[in-house]
Design a protein around this ligand. Structure first.
Ligand code: OAD
Length: 247
């Protein structure tokens, strides 16, 4: 049985959460690390490069490789459970007047943990769309050709995830920006804070006068600017924080 070390939270941090009208949260791959999902820094791509697997050019060059790789990742996720960090955010959403969860992750684990209205900046591995028209496809048959083709236009189907060089879903980034500008508290959890425009959100929240709380075992470009920079894993810190504030 893992014994989590007890984390001490400053009174000002607890007070900010107690009185928050609107809490916004940005998560990255780090929050899923304790569920066994490799982070991007920790080998997410396996023996391939992001250029081969996560660009439109890579897909056009090797459509079957990319389709199969995301299919393998999607199947792996069927057996992956949310960890206590995900569960704590689901509990937090029930306890604050307004809560916005923004994620860079494509694994769907926040929804599996019970959060709703999740803003998926980089899409979802569980959704598939037509490469040409961008229309979402509910069901597909990849027992014959892989990738399967769009029934409407014949182009290949692809995962509904944002690849490098692609624009983020406009509605998602706009909703995230509104939350960063409106919130009283902004959490940045499990992200290296390197990939924009997501990485700008905690700085925008700082600019709007929000209390910014970072949770990460490592230092990031946000660490020296955050109001509170909690050095540790989200699966350990978040459950204790929710208990300290709302139980
Ligand atoms: P990264 O893999 O770049 O960074 C993961 C962060 O999580 C690092 O800062 C780790 O220190 C931290 N971390 C690791 N274990 C943790 C734990 N148990 N608790 C809390 N934090 C932990 O992943 P992201 O920052 O999410 O984009 O990457 C952002 C984007 O870059 C991804 O969405 C992806 C990638 O390229 C696209 O695919 C478009």
């Amino acid at each position: 049985m893992r014994q989590d070390k007890t984390v001490e939270f400053s009174p000002s941090l607890l007070q900010a959460l107690h009185t928050a009208r609107h809490i916004a949260v940005l998560t990255g791959a780090g929050i899923s690390a304790e569920s066994g999902v490799p982070t991007f820094q920790g080998g997410f791509w396996g023996q391939y490069s992001p250029e081969e697997l996560a660009t439109p050019e890579g897909f056009q060059k090797q459509p079957k490789l990319v389709w199969d790789w995301y299919g393998m990742r999607r199947n792996q996720l069927k057996d992956v459970q949310p960890n206590p960090g995900h569960a704590a955010l689901a509990a937090m959403q029930q306890r604050v007047p307004k809560f916005t969860l923004i994620t860079q992750n494509i694994d769907g684990l926040h929804q599996k943990a019970g959060n709703h209205g999740v803003i998926e900046l980089h899409g979802s591995i569980h959704r598939v769309k037509c490469f040409q028209e961008g229309t979402l496809v509910e069901h597909w048959d990849d027992s014959r050709e892989q990738p399967p083709r769009c029934a409407h236009c014949g182009a290949f189907l692809r995962p509904d995830v944002v690849w490098f060089g692609e624009m983020l879903p406009q509605d998602a980034i706009e909703a995230a920006q509104i939350a960063a500008d409106d919130c009283d508290v902004f959490f940045s959890i499990g992200t290296a804070t390197h990939v924009y425009p997501a990485a700008a959100l905690p700085f925008d929240a700082l600019h709007n006068g929000a209390t910014v709380i970072e949770i990460n075992p490592d230092i990031t470009p946000l660490s020296t600017r955050a109001t509170h920079s909690l050095r540790g894993s989200s699966g350990q810190i978040l459950p204790q924080l929710v208990k300290a504030v709302w139980d």
